[in-house]
Design a protein around this ligand. Structure first.
Ligand code: LLP
Length: 438
């Protein structure tokens, strides 16, 4: 395994075509996986996942790299990522519980969330999570209350809204002033929060945090964020006499979903951010803080594909050819929610011959149930063919639902010809398990 995967493909690193033209991942024929485990199916390339963890750790030396588990929070995923030395970032009691079940060392857990409950904060204290990221004034009060009740001091970062507008989808930008997250810097809320914590003995503020958004291309917004954050630490030292020594610069690195996407490498991103931190520290004569970053998508998205079976093909002359698969918005809401595009490929046989522009849709009772709008697929596609959708490791399984009461798919991990189950397929019994028969 090389440290930094440099490829212009959105497909997992070990993807290949065998002599019969069938896709293999981790040395395993994906058509066999579909036959054995059914479809839809998430197939995770373990080498890809581990390689991206290592590349991040290498690109950010001496930095705490925390995996944003919201991207895909499954016990096996957290085990692998933690084994690679990453910290784990959680945003809810459920994610925290998953990390505990995965055996993640609790001092390497960061607890985020814009509205954490008293019960969640109590669990955090009882489990001894490494850092809490405080997001609001109410939460500071709740932290103090829980800390008093349980005789626990929370090691805390304040979430800063730094006023940086990353140009990404509206639903995935978080650093601009008008955001529900954090203490808005330009409105003086961050300063007020810092001052307030002086009166809260159970809230020990060690540092600050900012996450400016997700699927961001280029390095400029990250550099700007680093400059603002170091400037803030220096100003608080000068104006408030506060000496904070930790700084979390968030996640957000963009990845390749289709061959048209052109993200920077992790090495370029790391070098740009670390250089910006060093420049800012020098400018403000501030000692370099302990840094942290928290990638989610860039760790796990490229490692997985979703396999679907084609069920119907509807050709409307002069209009659209609809290819319907056996999953859709319940296992990948991203195209419906963000108009996200993922590459799609025929995988059970070679994709030779003529192509036809098709719109791949899901089986849900909703017109917005899109898998991929207007994509070239083999014109001889038939029902029973298998399609794979690329880069579905992040924010698909984690945002999956039972819409139309579809059971959620299984997920398998492949590596060097071996297959391990990561999550079993839901059953109809699971689907009705919470229902009460009156
Ligand atoms: N840190 C914080 C505080 C975050 O809110 C997020 C993502 C991350 C780190 C990780 O960001 P990443 O490296 O994955 O970009 N569902 C959307 C993405 C939502 C991102 C939410 N926060 C999608 O499917 O594109």
């Amino acid at each position: 395994m090389t440290a930094e995967p440099v490829t212009d493909s959105p497909w997992p690193l070990t993807s290949a075509r065998d002599e019969a033209g069938r896709l293999t991942i981790g040395g395993v024929d994906v058509a066999d996986l579909a036959a054995g485990h059914g479809t839809p199916l998430w197939v995770v390339d373990e080498d890809d996942l581990r390689t991206r963890c290592r590349a991040y750790v290498e690109a950010f030396p001496d930095v705490w790299v925390a995996y944003a588990s919201k991207a895909w929070c499954a016990v096996g995923i957290l085990q692998i990522v933690a084994e690679e030395g990453l910290w784990i970032d959680v945003v809810s009691g459920g994610e925290l519980h998953t990390a505990a079940v995965a055996g993640v060392p609790m001092d390497r857990v960061v607890f985020h969330g814009s509205n954490k409950s008293l019960a969640e904060l109590r669990s955090a204290a009882e489990l001894g999570v490494g850092r809490i990221v405080a997001d609001s004034f109410e939460e500071l009060d709740r932290l103090e209350a829980v800390g008093t009740e349980l005789d626990h001091t929370f090691r805390t970062w304040l979430r800063i809204t730094p006023g940086i507008d990353a140009h990404t989808h509206d639903y995935t930008r978080t650093g601009h002033d008008d955001s529900k997250f954090g203490f808005t810097l330009s409105l003086g809320l961050a300063d007020e929060a810092m001052r307030r914590t002086a009166e809260l003995p159970h809230v020990d503020v060690l540092g600050i945090h900012a996450h400016i958004g997700s699927q961001i291309f280029g390095t400029d917004p990250f550099v700007a964020n680093a400059e603002v954050m170091i400037g803030l630490l220096a100003r608080w030292r000068d104006e408030l006499g506060a000496t904070l020594t930790e700084c979390n610069l968030g996640g957000g690195m963009g990845i390749r979903y289709t061959t048209a996407d052109d993200p920077v490498t992790v090495a370029e991103y790391g070098a740009a951010v670390l250089a910006a931190v060093d420049r800012a520290c020098e400018e403000h004569d501030f000692p370099r803080p302990q840094l942290a970053v928290e990638p989610g998508r860039a760790i796990v998205a490229p490692a997985a594909v979703t396999l679907y079976e084609v069920g119907t093909i509807k050709r409307l002359p002069g209009l659209t050819t609809y290819v319907s698969v056996d999953g859709g918005m319940s296992d990948n809401i991203r195209p419906a929610l963000y108009r996200a595009e993922h590459d799609v490929a025929l995988v059970n046989r070679p994709a030779a011959g003529e192509l036809e522009v098709c719109t791949v849709v899901g089986k849900h009772c909703e017109s917005g149930d899109l898998v991929r709008d207007r994509v070239a697929l083999p014109a001889d596609l038939v029902a029973g063919d298998l399609l794979a959708v690329a880069a579905t490791g992040a924010y698909t399984a984690s945002m999956a639902s039972n819409y139309n009461r579809l059971p959620r798919p299984a997920a398998v991990l492949v590596r060097a010809g071996a297959v391990r189950l990561l999550q079993r397929r839901e059953t109809y019994a699971d689907v009705v398990a919470r229902d009460v028969v009156l």
